[in-house]
Design a protein around this ligand. Structure first.
Ligand code: SF4
Length: 272
């Protein structure tokens, strides 16, 4: 990548980070893109939930309800038993049908095609008006779905890793970080490049750059990371993953790709 006269040096840093991760992680399989409304449901389920749990809950919903229009009319007590296992299931059992109903009421159907041509910032704002839909879910609908818009999904892994890399502050939430990072992304990156960048950073956060400690000696970014070998190993901060996830992470080191569910590189952008 050539640095132009007025280019922010952080753009080159992002490019370098992505290049090193791509070289280490290798090729990522293409993911099947969902229709926007389906991605919305999956991403809402994924908030603060492991991907394998949100994907399983999504599949139960799709199996039980003949269409998302039918799901939009469902009562929370019909939805709740199907999504048990995801965090905040009671809240999501109310909000998911309500979100779908809101889209149908305002647009007439669930196609959400109008988001395809709308400027990305306006599309994010429109989605964020739906109760229970924040910046991360909005960006996931735009970027991961068949809309394939250039919007960077920032989950907790992404925020943690980028703050350790000195690109954002620890205090930045997803919305602030998004506003800072989007203008810094290399202009040649298209929606798919941005999506792959998210996936690579997420894999790094899941497998090496953990919340409580970092395995810097295995990290391909250690030469460019200002926090390398300087992350506290304070176990009191450790967030324990379920046994299944711990097994998947540790058995995959370094940089196995089997920590994303269903053999797909892509995720609902759930957490952790
Ligand atoms: S060098 Fe260490 S702190 Fe920096 S990104 Fe890699 S694992 Fe995280």
């Amino acid at each position: 990548m050539q640095t132009t006269l007025f280019q922010d040096p952080r753009t080159e840093t992002l490019f370098e980070i992505d290049k090193r991760l791509a070289q280490t992680i290798g090729r990522l399989d293409k993911r099947h893109r969902l229709e926007p409304a389906h991605q919305l449901v999956l991403s809402m389920l994924g908030n603060r939930t492991y991907d394998y749990q949100s994907r399983a809950a999504y599949e139960r919903l799709v199996k039980r309800f003949s269409s998302l229009e039918v799901l939009s009319r469902a009562q929370p007590n019909e939805v709740l038993p199907l999504i048990e296992g995801v965090n905040f299931a009671e809240v999501k059992a109310e909000r998911i049908p309500a979100a779908l109903d809101y889209i149908i009421s305002s647009q007439g159907d669930l196609r959400m095609d109008f988001l395809r041509d709308m400027p990305v910032c306006k599309a994010l704002t429109w989605l964020s008006c739906i109760n229970g839909v924040g910046r991360k879910v909005s960006a996931a609908v735009l970027n991961f779905s068949t809309l394939a818009r250039p919007a960077l999904v920032l989950d907790s892994h992404h925020l943690r890793v980028l703050s350790r890399l000195g690109l954002i502050s620890q205090r930045h939430n997803a919305e602030k970080a998004y506003g800072l990072l989007m203008p810094l992304l290399p202009t040649e990156w298209n929606a798919e490049d941005i999506e792959l960048h998210h996936v690579r950073i997420k894999i790094l956060g899941q497998q090496l750059c953990h919340f409580s400690h970092a395995l810097c000696h295995q990290c391909p970014l250690r030469e460019v990371c200002p926090s390398a070998f300087n992350i506290s190993s304070d176990k009191s901060n450790f967030v324990h993953a379920p046994h299944k996830d711990r097994m998947r992470m540790t058995s995959a080191l370094p940089f196995g790709k089997n920590d994303t569910e269903g053999g797909s590189v892509h995720t609902s952008s759930g957490q952790p």
